[in-house]
Design a protein around this ligand. Structure first.
Ligand SMILES: [Zn+2]
Length: 533
């Protein structure tokens, strides 16, 4: 705890200004090739246990080859060439859930071999809300927040004129890191967050809850003592988001513009509540992440006068992208080229009977929690370089992503659930207990007319005798089974009232595949099918 206090004192020593941030990001972008080579030399070639070393060897690429290829063709082109030759990891391989098989050789990845050595990543042990398999623990790195996230946040705030706004956060306290990360990033760029509306997170035991409350409180106190100050979390029961609407309305009365940092689903929930309360949120901005900002979610927020700005991040990679100041698409994002590289898998994968080219991410910062070299995060989308003229571009972040979607996860309510885990349940367990066979049950993630994400259990009409109550109890039990993350997520989904049942023939892909999970957009369009690239 003492080291936490000392860490916070150090964290606030050098405040970040947009000018300084722009300069440092630009410099980091200019040196990304050298920094990547240095990272690979120390963390891969000098490290016999590195899984990437095995992949580089299989591809017949030694350090000198890598160096000269990058020198001649640049970083991205080299990463693409490496991916073609098998130097990449799928999510399952990265997480050690599946053996890495390339040609005749195979091996398993161990998490400790992905951790960067000799990197002081900070002090606060916490847990991501990532929900596949084992709970994922990451150190929340004050150094990383100070040296990269805060810099990008400063530029992002400039691009959207957010320095003159009053800010509120609607996110949980620790062990979920979202709320604390935003609070610290805002404080580092001199912003005193006005209100922190906190979602409650179910925990396993009271000592654990007490630990996370205490740590959260210490950080808030540290921010008050060493930085610009920050609010105590105000816990909202269920979805009492009316308090957030009231905060926006009060600020509006005194002529202050408001910005709320939360997930896209929560922003829609706030917009819907405002509509029910007869409040117009004109001028309010919502910076949203955690799940795709779809056209219908954006439209719903705009209907009450709000404005949605997307951000894109994921556990282990931190902030991947920041919403463009002059967007051409709903989720037009600038990639954090200063801390990572992204390419598209050169060989398309087959998902839902369709060709998809997943994103592959590469870490450039030695402060990242885990080393990524061409690692899938389960998403795909469109990449383009264009001149938008916003502050993020001026800082050197010239690569844009848009239409980012997940090909293997439920993304409802900002949580993720790997659908591979559901195959056995939908194809074996349910038919055995309730009748029917594989392909008779499907979970559909879709948006209803109010841009609210819903999970629908689709059951084939020919499955005749089953008890709806029992089948939902079974579904909840399987979703809640396993690590805490799953229980948390099931709770969130239930609170949102997202489960419903439909009797219809489950959707089959053009090639006749019926997946346990099907993801639909608001107009019933299949997101995966719309993203053929
Ligand atoms: Zn831009």
């Amino acid at each position: 705890m003492l080291s936490l206090v000392a860490g916070l004192r150090g964290y606030f020593r050098d405040p970040v200004t947009p000018e300084k941030a722009s300069e440092e990001i630009r410099r980091a972008v200019e040196t990304r090739e050298q920094r990547f080579l240095e990272l690979v030399r120390t963390q891969v070639y000098d490290r016999e246990t590195s899984p990437y070393l095995k992949l580089f060897r299989m591809a017949g690429c030694d350090f000198a080859d890598l160096q000269s290829h990058i020198c001649r063709h640049g970083l991205e082109e080299t990463l693409e060439k490496l991916a073609e030759e098998g130097v990449y990891l799928t999510q399952d391989e990265f997480k050690g859930k599946k053996e890495v098989v390339r040609g005749a050789q195979s091996f398993a990845v161990s998490r400790k071999d992905l951790q960067l050595q000799d990197a002081d990543r900070g002090l606060i042990l916490t847990q991501s809300s990532g929900t596949r398999g084992e709970p994922q623990r990451f150190a929340l790195s004050l150094d990383h927040l100070a040296t990269s996230s805060s810099l990008s946040t400063a530029i992002f705030f400039s691009a959207h004129d957010l320095f003159r706004y009053s800010h509120a956060i609607y996110d949980a306290i620790l062990p979920t890191t979202g709320g604390i990360r935003y609070l610290l990033r805002f404080a580092k760029i001199g912003i005193k967050t006005d209100r922190w509306f906190a979602r409650r997170v179910p925990l396993n035991s009271w000592p654990e809850a007490a630990f996370h409350h205490l740590t959260t409180s210490l950080i808030v106190l540290g921010t008050k003592f060493f930085g610009p100050g920050s609010p105590w979390p105000e816990f909202l029961d269920g979805h009492e988001v009316g308090r957030i609407v009231n905060w926006i309305a009060e600020k509006k009365r005194v002529g202050e513009a408001c910005c709320v940092r939360t997930t896209a689903s929560n922003a829609v929930r706030i917009a819907r509540t405002a509509q029910e309360m007869g409040q117009f949120l004109d001028g309010a901005k919502f910076v949203v992440s955690g799940e795709p900002l779809t056209e219908s979610k954006r439209a719903f927020i705009e209907k009450v006068g709000g404005h949605a700005i997307p951000c894109y991040g994921c556990a282990g990679l931190n902030q991947i992208g920041y919403g463009c100041g002059n967007p051409r698409h709903t989720d037009d994002l600038h990639v954090s080229l200063n801390i990572l590289a992204v390419i598209q898998q050169p060989r398309p994968m087959d998902a839902n009977g369709l060709a998809i080219r997943p994103f592959l991410f590469t870490t450039l910062s030695p402060l990242s929690p885990l080393l990524h070299i061409n690692v899938e995060n389960g998403d795909f989308g469109v990449m383009e370089t264009r001149q938008c003229g916003c502050a993020l571009e001026k800082a050197g972040l010239t690569l844009h992503l848009h239409h980012v979607r997940s090909f293997e996860k439920l993304t409802s309510e900002g949580m993720n659930y790997f659908y591979g885990d559901l195959f056995e349940f939908f194809e074996k367990v349910l038919p055995a207990e309730f009748g029917g066979g594989p392909g008779d049950y499907q979970l559909v993630e879709e948006e209803d007319g109010n841009a609210k994400t819903r999970l629908t259990l689709v059951v084939h009409p020919e499955v005749r005798q089953f008890d709806e109550g029992k089948i939902f109890a079974r579904l909840r039990a399987v979703l809640a089974d396993g690590p805490r993350g799953h229980r948390f997520m099931t709770g969130v989904w239930e609170n949102a009232g997202t489960f419903r049942l439909k009797r219809q023939v489950p959707y089959a892909s053009p090639r006749g595949k019926i997946l346990p999970l099907d993801i639909l957009g608001a107009n019933g369009e299949r997101r995966t099918e719309n993203r053929l690239r």
